[in-house]
Design a protein around this ligand. Structure first.
Ligand code: FAD
Length: 318
């Protein structure tokens, strides 16, 4: 029997976050023949909704409202509960982003369902692989009955190939969003990085070894050449070399890039929890005993202030 899978998408700066397309891929991995229903929330989002069809959505429901311009759990959960009640899906999938992490437990508790979070692989049907013990092990979780509700870690599940010829049914839903106790009046954007850290395929991350905010600029230069995002250890954030929005680790962002260049950071367990699933890890550290070398694929022992500018110069030539 064909199932219905609801994909809760995310729009940022006028376009879908890539994890929304990966979520369509994930829904198809659960049931290849499923009817995929995308949900798009925000202000002025109806105009971008079509792109979800190109990745395989059969229907897209847009909810367009000025009250959804910025994410608030109250407004988003009101709308999503209404969509879920209307659609009565067999499965729901969303990205394990900061919004996904916030809203999905709320929805699951209202629905009285379980939730499998931070899925990194799907073994056909509703069998999910997710990291546990800060990424030191993986567990396999099977949903035997009830709603198949899960979130996926960005950059792990491939998005379906884009097919611009594919279209579907675009629908809009009017939802009366009421009794809001929180209204976001203004958002001050973080200007530290052009590339979104949680979805970047290349990350250059710095630690306390950089020694100052000023010195972090050498990482920006390397990142520019590699079209990478710049991240940091908590040590560097605590020392005020950079913004906490850049922190990677157990209490920061969890990232899975193709290439992670760790510069002047020791590789504390709490940091490693946020980046150990990167495909290739390169570590630069002057201490040959630094823990980061235990998980690095390539290690460079030496002074970062000599090595990083040299790397930047060499990559510029490529
Ligand atoms: P350090 O450990 O001081 O390492 C600096 C490194 O730079 C050293 O290895 C040194 O050899 C190297 N170095 C110095 N100078 C040079 C040079 N010139 N060239 C090359 N190398 C050089 N940390 C996180 O990162 N993320 C988290 O999410 C996180 N969550 C935490 C949660 C809890 C509950 C706790 C208790 C801690 C958490 N931490 C987290 C902190 C973590 O334990 C470490 O303290 C922190 O990661 C250390 O940062 P660091 O590697 O930059 O600094």
């Amino acid at each position: 029997m064909m199932t219905k899978q609801l994909v809760i998408s995310e729009v940022k700066d006028g376009g879908f976050r890539n994890v929304s397309f990966e979520a369509v891929g994930a829904a198809k991995m659960v049931d290849e023949s499923a009817e995929i229903v995308g949900v798009v929330l925000g202000e002025g989002v109806s105009s971008v909704a079509d792109e979800l069809f190109h990745y395989g959505a059969d229907r897209v429901i847009s909810v367009d409202s000025d009250k959804l311009k910025e994410y608030t759990p109250e407004a988003y959960s009101q709308v999503l509960m209404q969509v879920i009640e209307q659609e009565n899906p067999d499965g729901i999938v969303m990205g394990h982003t900061s919004i996904g992490r916030d809203i999905t437990p709320k929805l699951a508790s209202r629905l009285g369902s379980g939730l499998v979070s931070d899925v990194v692989a799907i073994e056909g049907g509703a069998t999910f692989i997710r990291p546990i013990y800060s990424g030191k092990a993986f567990e396999k979780v099977e949903i035997e009955e009830g709603l198949q509700f899960f979130t996926i870690r960005p950059n792990n599940i491939p998005a379906p190939e884009k097919d611009e010829g594919k279209n579907g049914s675009a629908e809009t839903l009017d939802v009366d969003i009421k009794d809001l106790q929180t209204v976001i009046k203004d958002v001050v954007k973080n200007t530290t990085s052009g590339v979104d850290l949680s979805e970047a395929s290349v990350i250059v991350a710095g630690g306390r070894g950089l020694k100052s905010e000023e010195n972090f600029k050498i990482l920006d230069e390397l990142a520019d050449v590699l079209n990478a995002a710049v991240g940091a250890s908590r040590g560097a954030c605590d020392a005020e070399y950079c913004d906490y929005a850049m922190q990677i680790g157990q209490t920061g962002k969890v990232v899975t890039p193709d290439l992670y260049i760790a510069v002047g950071l020791s590789g504390a367990i709490q940091h490693v929890a946020g980046m150990s699933n990167s495909k290739i890890i390169v570590a630069i550290n002057k201490d040959p005993e630094a823990e980061i070398f235990q998980i690095a694929d390539y290690g460079i022992v030496g002074d970062l202030f000599e090595i990083v500018p040299k790397l930047t110069e060499e990559f510029k030539k490529v």
